[in-house]
Design a protein around this ligand. Structure first.
Ligand code: ZN
Length: 203
């Protein structure tokens, strides 16, 4: 690579003429001149010129992506999540707004008929899918197997809860207290959760 090619290019910088190279990624042509549309370094291949963007690519979370967050609000029919920003090796996703989970009229079946409970509770960490990207909030879904609570503390002794013997039941190993949740199939498995969240980079 020559010194010239190491130069950091800015949007609008002249790269070549269209006769020399056709514009590829992060480059555009105007009146026969090819310009950079990104911040990065020049890359030339097969008669085309591109700008390889350096640094992290920052994107907003959008519909179809999974997000992780903690339950910060719990109303009668809506649960609010404070979503985490996500960082991967070369990409970053930020959550410019909170998420909400609208509770279905009939949620997952509670373990006992006399218990009417919420799928998640204040302080829980929840993995959820973005169903709608509304202007002020993300509407999130937790009905898929992989979605739901991935970490929760015991409401009695505050120790971390473990998977219980039944589906959608969490149990405290310390005090044996059990709690009902919509439990993710990735509960407590942070490598699996990371894998799910990394799928966002393909959307
Ligand atoms: Zn406990």
């Amino acid at each position: 690579m020559s010194e010239d090619e190491k130069l950091l290019l800015m949007p609008g910088d002249r790269l070549s003429t269209e006769e020399e190279y056709l514009p590829a990624g992060n480059a555009f042509a105007e009146e026969g001149i090819v310009y950079s549309s990104g911040i990065g370094v020049k890359e030339i291949a097969e008669g085309k010129i591109a700008v390889r963007v350096v640094g992290r690519k920052i994107k907003k979370l959008k519909k179809g992506m999974y997000a992780i967050g903690s339950v910060v609000g719990d109303l009668k029919s809506v649960i609010f999540l404070k979503l985490d920003d996500l960082e991967f090796d070369d990409k970053e996703f930020f959550a410019p707004k909170d998420g909400k989970i609208v509770l279905p009229r009939r949620g997952p079946r509670p373990p006992r008929n006399d218990e009417i409970m919420k799928p998640c509770k204040l302080g829980d960490i929840v993995l959820a899918k973005i169903l709608f990207n509304d202007p002020d909030v993300y509407t999130m879904g937790i009905m898929e197997d992989i979605a739901g609570v991935v970490y929760s503390n015991c409401e009695v002794c505050n120790n971390p809860l473990s998977l219980g013997s039944k589906r959608n039941v969490l149990q405290c190993k310390e005090c044996k207290h059990t709690e009902f949740r919509k439990v993710s199939s990735a509960y407590g498995d942070f490598n699996k959760i990371k894998g799910i969240l990394e799928e966002n980079t393909k959307i």
